[in-house]
Design a binder for this molecule. Structure first.
Ligand SMILES: [Zn+2]
Length: 160
């Protein structure tokens, strides 16, 4: 029996992205870390917490440049994004000890992208059994830790 492809990031920004005028990523980049939930900043890419996470510590890694064109990322951006993703995995491992990770790109609305105009890589920490308590509906999720606290802990782990 085939199981359906599991894609938690399909839930991102649903319901709120359409009503939002600016770009979540560019706004996060311009403002203070605490406000935009930015965990780390690199020369050509940066990392922030997903405001609509699947699990605690759900990270988004995006180029600094505002672009929705995945294939248009240059080599520097492509490498920076993947290096930040692996650094994020290390910080998450040090902080929350997840048992696994899902990494993924959503390109196009039909693929679940909530923000089309600024590409980003999802890093989703996983724990055994986490799908058991995750409800199907995005709006009734219960997260064990506040986003601000998660951001602070990960930024600390990043520096360490
Ligand atoms: Zn942007």
């Amino acid at each position: 029996m085939t199981r359906p492809l599991w894609a938690p990031w399909r839930l991102e920004y649903i319901g709120s992205a359409d009503e939002h005028e600016g770009c979540f990523f560019c706004e996060a980049l311009e403002g203070p870390d605490e406000e935009g939930l930015v965990v780390a900043r690199g020369a050509s890419a940066f990392v922030l917490l997903n405001k609509f996470p699947y699990s605690s510590g759900h990270l988004l890694v995006a180029p600094r440049r505002h672009t929705g064109d995945f294939s248009g990322l240059d080599d520097t951006e492509a490498v920076a994004i993947h290096r930040l993703a692996s650094h994020g995995i290390n910080a998450l491992t040090a902080t929350y000890a997840p048992e696994g990770f899902n990494l993924g790109w959503n390109l196009g609305r039909v693929a679940g992208a909530g923000v089309l105009e600024h590409v980003h890589l999802h890093v989703v920490p996983r724990w055994g059994g986490d799908t058991n308590f995750m409800p199907v509906l995005a709006d009734v999720k219960v997260l064990p830790e506040h986003l601000a606290e998660t951001r602070r802990r990960l930024a600390e782990a990043w520096a360490g």
